[in-house]
Design a binder for this molecule. Structure first.
Ligand SMILES: [Zn+2]
Length: 386
């Protein structure tokens, strides 16, 4: 049994670090108490492979792999693999995640080449749940998930007395968020964040940081780390999820609550946490999720300020004529709201599952009303904080 495999920059002079995925030479098949994975690539690229527990997943990261936007699902013929997906993870890296129906550990992996290109072969074998758990975990590379604002290039030029607003466009990369009519929440929220950033930057003394500035995946805890690294004065997470079962519509603003809230809120929270699971984040090492007495003490200070800010966003949205949810002020146990050192809010700008909301969100003019409301609420918050 192998814990993980990392192949970096071998034959650095000959590796082009750029390869195409070839679905015709790729397959995932059941064997006897095993699973065999073959991936056709046009060339050798650096990769890493490891398993994660709770839920059980196999993660393959490739540097410089172009999947051509092709879904990985059609190559899966194995019953032991319930789902498989591709997506951008961190800049320059593509992640493939397989959901495992059984404890299957990594036995061997290797790349061979012939005149058609490279072939990555991976073999998994059935193991006990205990052995799987013991072997699971990402390779020891603490910097891998810890993206910083500097690394993302999202930090404004700032002076020490600048008021720093961190905008957090939800989802991204391998986690697209809600998808309806060819619109993805991840893309829409990035546009929305850029529009809010542009308006905020016209306010004197305001610096804006985005937790992501392109379509890459950023784990939930890393979003808070970015805000902390940027010395955030305010953190605003932006979403437009889908909740058909609740016939949800209209804008709402969330602050942190200790309990899980009503069913609809619990579903929303679960959907956000699932993004990290789908993307193959190793949640066992996300230290920032640790909460304790110190965090609670700090939240006593930031909590009321977040609530006041959320209230003024709603008030400004009403002024702008934004279509509001019947209960626009809400609370939920969202991971991105757990930071204790700055006030955080999460805005559901509307629901992609609702036709009218979808139209309002896609239309730059009606989206402009949301942008104006948020910028006005930030200005008001700053005035009161002075
Ligand atoms: Zn979302």
């Amino acid at each position: 049994m192998i814990r993980w495999i990392v192949l970096v920059c071998l034959l650095a002079t000959t590796v082009t670090a750029q390869a195409k995925y070839d679905p015709d030479r790729s397959a995932i098949r059941d064997g006897w108490r095993s699973v065999q994975i073959e991936l056709g690539l046009s060339d050798i690229v650096p990769y890493r492979i490891f398993t994660l527990d709770d839920p059980r997943r196999l993660v393959l990261d490739f540097q410089g792999l172009d999947t051509g936007g092709i879904s990985a699902a059609p190559i899966n013929r194995a019953d032991a693999v319930t789902d498989v997906r591709f997506g951008p993870y961190r800049p320059g890296w593509t992640r493939m995640v397989l959901d495992l129906a059984a404890p299957l550990t990594l036995i061997e992996a290797g790349i061979t080449t012939d005149d058609r290109g490279a072939l990555l072969s991976v073999r998994l074998e059935r193991a006990s749940a205990a052995d799987f758990a013991a072997a699971a975990g990402a390779p020891p590379d603490p910097g891998w998930d810890a993206l910083t604002a500097q690394a993302l290039g999202g930090l404004d030029q700032r002076t020490d007395d600048a008021f720093v607003v961190v905008l957090d466009p939800g989802h991204g990369g391998i986690d697209p968020g809600a998808e309806r009519d060819g619109i993805t929440e991840a893309h829409l929220m990035l546009d929305f964040a850029e529009e809010i950033a542009a308006l905020l930057r016209t306010q004197d003394g305001v610096a804006v940081v985005l937790t992501r500035s392109d379509d890459t995946f950023v784990p939930l805890f890393a979003r808070m780390s970015i805000a902390r690294g940027a010395a955030a004065d305010l953190f605003i997470s932006l979403h437009a999820d889908a909740l058909e079962e609740d016939d949800a519509w209209g804008a709402s603003v969330y602050t942190l609550s200790e309990d899980s809230g009503d069913m609809a809120v619990a579903r929303l929270v679960e959907r956000h946490e699932r993004g990290d699971l789908l993307a193959g984040v190793d949640l066992s090492v996300t230290e920032d999720r640790v909460t304790g007495v110190l965090m609670d003490l700090a939240r006593r200070s930031t909590g009321p300020r977040a609530k006041a800010f959320a209230g003024s966003i709603i008030a400004e949205m009403a002024v702008q004529g934004v279509r509001l949810n019947s209960k626009p002020r809400r609370a939920g146990r969202f991971s991105v709201l757990l930071a204790a050192d700055f006030p955080s809010v999460l805005i559901e700008a509307g629901f992609l599952s609702n036709a009218q909301d979808r139209e309002n969100l896609v239309n730059p003019q009606s989206r402009g009303r949301l942008v104006a409301a948020i910028a006005a609420a930030v200005a008001q918050y700053r005035d009161e904080a002075r």
